[in-house]
Design a protein around this ligand. Structure first.
Ligand code: CU
Length: 361
């Protein structure tokens, strides 16, 4: 019923506009076309000037009102630099935006049709063309240069004392693997993946480096002020490790590990003090990866070294869990701390590594 009323309203609106246009056409003929055109020009000139002022005020008002509702302070050292880069880009583009918009609307107002005024014919100026091509080109090259520099740093070699956490995405959850005392992650192979045997990541048990690796899911623990390098995998489709508070983001690509490193600056507790008790560091999947994509949300807990050590002490190595599964008839526990995730499309496909393309075919 309501859709009928909307259609009726549309038709009425159209008729009204049509009638007004027709009436103003008759008025124009009666009063003389030229006079009406000049009057319209004047009105439009004022309206364009008003649009400029209201528009610029709107831009300022939007930014002013919504400023506190966005991400808050960057929680990683790289994040601070990415924010600085963003603010410099915004400052430059804002300056150009105000300049060009002011010129556009002010000129439309100032040079409207007037008695005895003729448009100035100015077809070409090589010097001007050169200036407004070269200056933006240099500015953009510098901005892109900084972006590339940070990109290579974030994805490049990490400092020597960096700890490693492996992150694996799959439809629709996150799994994390921490090296044990040896600070080394054991080898893995996609054909070894078997959640029922407590081996969700395909660890090769004959590799002793695997024996102390801890596997958890959905919640990643990091130490404040200590650099961490994430090694990112996917078991099925392309996901993306989106750490918005740290201003970090990296695709999880099946068959091709990606990396990024950063140093968290504030613990979760410190952030709660700043932004309220419901604050959580979020790990969102930033690639549309299937019907359950919306639910692919993990959290990051940043804590002090003693708190982290305490947390790790409570975790059981995945090797021990796998051996338990092998021995006992008790139903296997998939991953310590696992939460049930929606599964879409039947049996989840579990593979990663070099022969991923063969498996797809
Ligand atoms: Cu995903």
């Amino acid at each position: 019923m309501s859709s009928i009323w909307i259609i009726v309203a549309f038709i009425l609106g159209f008729l009204i506009v049509f009638q007004i246009a027709k009436a103003s056409e008759y008025v124009a003929i009666l009063r003389g076309e030229e006079r009406t055109r000049k009057e319209n020009n004047r009105i439009n000139g004022f309206l364009l000037l008003a649009f400029l002022i209201i528009g610029l005020f709107g831009v300022w008002y939007c930014n002013h009102t919504l400023k506190d509702k966005i991400l808050g302070e960057a929680a990683s050292d790289h994040g601070v630099r990415i924010d600085t880069m963003l603010y410099i880009t915004l400052a430059i583009t804002f300056f150009v935006f105000v300049l060009t918009q002011a010129a556009l609307f002010w000129f439309a107002y100032k040079y409207q049709e007037k008695e005895g005024q003729k448009a100035y014919f100015y077809p070409h100026n090589n010097k001007l063309e050169l200036i407004w091509t070269v200056i933006p080109a240099i500015t953009l090259t510098v901005l892109v240069g900084f972006g590339l520099y940070y990109w290579f740093e974030i994805t490049g070699e990490a400092p020597a004392n960096t700890r490693i956490v492996e992150v694996t995405g799959s439809q629709f959850k996150w799994e994390f693997r921490y090296p044990g005392a040896d600070k080394k992650l054991g080898a893995k192979y996609y054909k070894e993946i078997d959640p029922l045997k407590n081996n969700p990541l395909g660890q090769i048990w004959s590799d002793p480096a695997n024996h102390d690796d801890v596997v958890t899911s959905q919640e990643m623990h990091l130490v404040v002020n200590k650099p961490v390098k994430l090694i990112i995998y996917s078991k099925d489709v392309i996901h993306d490790v989106g750490l918005v508070h740290f201003r970090m983001k990296m695709d999880a690509v099946p068959g091709m590990p990606t990396t990024m490193w950063f140093t968290p600056r504030f613990t979760t507790k410190e952030m709660k003090k700043k932004y309220g008790d419901d604050f959580v560091y979020e790990l969102s999947c930033d690639q549309m990866c299937g019907a359950g994509h919306y639910s692919m949300r993990g959290t990051v807990v940043v804590e002090t070294q003693p708190e982290f050590d305490e947390y790790m002490r409570k975790q059981k190595a995945q090797y021990a869990l796998a051996m338990e599964a092998e021995k006992g008839p008790t139903p296997a526990k998939a991953v310590s701390g696992d939460t049930t995730q929606p599964k879409v499309g039947g049996t989840p496909v579990a593979f990663s590594g070099a022969s991923v393309s063969q498996k797809i075919r």
